[in-house]
Design a protein around this ligand. Structure first.
Ligand SMILES: Nc1nc2c(ncn2[C@@H]2O[C@H](COP(=O)(O)OP(=O)(O)OP(=O)(O)O)[C@@H](O)[C@H]2O)c(=O)[nH]1
Ligand SMILES: [Mg+2]
Length: 479
């Protein structure tokens, strides 16, 4: 190791060290265009904000106000003028000189009155003065490309705006403040450290075998794999919080499916009658159970029928069942039904214990108590949807089934992040096999390089342009 030192640090470290810097440091992108967009939702309100960003932001704002601009970060009252000098609106102008702005460019915020007609007219005037209409997410994209934030933080802004619960908003703020990025960067640093050791071993072929076999690299690899796994677990909670769970209620007609949906939703959303075949269409309801966002779906009862409308309802029910994250299979405890028989008849291919909860309903009409148990390897629970018996236990079973256990420091995450971590783990497993089974240094190094690229996609270090376009394209305009 000592012999390796000098050469190694002079050569490989240079290359890998630059890589480390590129992911920790900032670089700046020069855009020629100045973009403009209405940043507040279009509608009637006291104030409407229009944002300008780019090299001509100041010049355009000066032409609009026909005056010099206020001092940086100080509010200045100005009139907003049309081409013929007539006053269109008046309001506050705020200037943020580069690089200390949201995008890292010169930014001007024009706070006029919040009405769609005047806001659109002001935006049109800015475009006449040389600005370009911003595309969805273009301000955030520039902020990302100018190193003002990484991809995870940019996504967290969108998630904060779209948050549907307090818990989701809190975890979005945590991601925005860098909680998630810090974890990823810590693992990336460990991975780069491991790559340094492997690259060093390859450079000295006469020592390669010993070096690979001495256990040090394996120990480092263990540590990286454990660290990725730990982040994966936290990110899974954040992803559940953001994307929620698709829960579908299915069963025979009259089993009490719609009653269960109403009880879980806390209001009379679906029609309930004692006529078998009441529900025909698919019905969605967004609810939150123990803080977990859920889209709950009620479906038509499954049975053989000659009724064309009901047949179509059943076809749609089966489609929903096949796509569900979790299926609540409801049956009436008083009918002597074998709960799995229906599942075998209608969706045998989708019978997995981790996607299915069996629910024996109407326990109020039996002498059986509401409780959780096991039935042929599946979770089973007795409830009364009508009398609200066993429903809290059902709610707990649903969230536990989804593996939802948010902690105080949960950060928001997306499926994209989990996919990237899964690929990272695959490359790390490959690296382990090359190391342990084949002792093949070059192949270990290549797998580790791919693992680093996959992990780097999360914060945007190694993201392809089309991925960036997809991510920012889903943001709203003016962000
Ligand atoms: N006693 C009792 N009756 C229930 C319970 N749950 C539902 N019911 C009754 O069972 C009947 C059918 O309930 P629904 O909720 O409409 O059943 P469903 O499964 O949606 O039926 P379809 O829409 O026809 O497929 C209604 O008369 C409900 O009041 C329960 O827990 N206890
Ligand atoms: Mg129904």
């Amino acid at each position: 190791m000592v012999i390796l030192g000098g050469f190694f640090f002079g050569y490989h470290l240079g290359f890998l060290f630059n890589m480390t810097l590129s992911f920790l440091g900032e670089f700046k992108m020069q855009y020629q265009t100045t973009i403009a967009a209405i940043a507040t939702p279009l509608g009637r309100g006291g104030v409407g904000v229009i944002r300008l960003s780019g090299p001509k932001a100041y010049e355009i704002a000066e032409q609009l106000t026909q005056k010099s601009l206020p001092v940086a970060r100080m509010a200045g009252f100005r009139q907003f003028c049309d081409a013929d000098g007539s006053v269109m609106d008046e309001g506050i102008v705020l200037c943020f000189p580069n690089p200390h702005s949201f995008t890292g460019e010169d930014v001007v915020e024009l706070q006029g009155h919040g009405g769609p007609v005047i806001q659109n007219a002001l935006l049109a005037r800015l475009l006449d003065l040389g600005a370009t209409a911003a595309k969805a997410g273009e301000f955030s994209m520039r902020a990302f490309e100018n190193g003002k934030m990484d991809l995870v933080q940019a996504e967290a802004i969108a998630d904060l705006i779209d948050a549907t619960s307090q818990a989701a908003a809190r975890s979005a703020v945590r991601s925005l403040q860098g909680a998630f990025s810090t974890k990823i960067n810590t693992v990336l640093e460990k991975l780069i450290h491991l790559r340094l050791h492997v690259e060093a071993a390859i450079d000295f072929p006469e020592e390669e075998i010993d070096f690979l076999a001495d256990g040090k690299i394996l120990a480092l690899l263990d540590d990286v794999q454990d660290s990725v796994q730990a982040v994966q677990q936290s990110a899974r909670q954040g992803q559940l919080l953001r994307e929620g769970l698709q829960v579908v209620i299915a069963g025979k007609p009259n089993a009490g499916k719609s009653s269960l949906l109403n009880t879980l939703a806390g209001h009379e959303r679906a029609i309930v009658t004692d006529i078998a075949g009441t529900t025909r269409d698919v019905l969605h309801e967004k609810i939150s159970l123990n803080g977990l966002p859920i889209t709950l779906t009620d479906t038509a009862g499954l049975r053989e029928t000659g009724d064309l409308v009901e047949q179509e309802g059943i076809r749609r029910a089966i489609k929903e069942i096949e796509q569900a994250d979790l299926l609540l299979l409801v049956y009436d405890l008083n009918q002597g039904d074998e709960p799995l028989q229906l599942a075998q008849q209608y969706f045998a291919d989708h019978l997995e214990p981790k996607r299915l909860l069996l629910i024996g309903n109407k326990c109020d009409l039996t002498d059986q108590v509401a409780e959780l148990s096991d039935y042929q390897g599946f979770r089973h629970i007795r409830v009364s949807a009508k009398q609200d018996m066993g429903v809290q236990a059902l709610i707990d079973a649903i969230t536990a089934h989804a593996g939802f256990q948010p902690e105080e420091d949960t950060f928001i995450a997306r499926t994209r992040h989990l996919d990237a971590m899964k690929r990272t783990q695959c490359y790390l497993s490959e690296a382990r096999e090359q190391l342990v089974v084949f002792n093949a240094g070059e192949l270990v190094a290549e797998s580790l390089r791919l693992a680093q690229n996959a992990l780097g996609e999360i914060t945007g270090d190694f993201s392809a342009d089309d991925l960036l376009g997809k991510i920012f394209g889903s943001f709203c305009i003016g962000k």
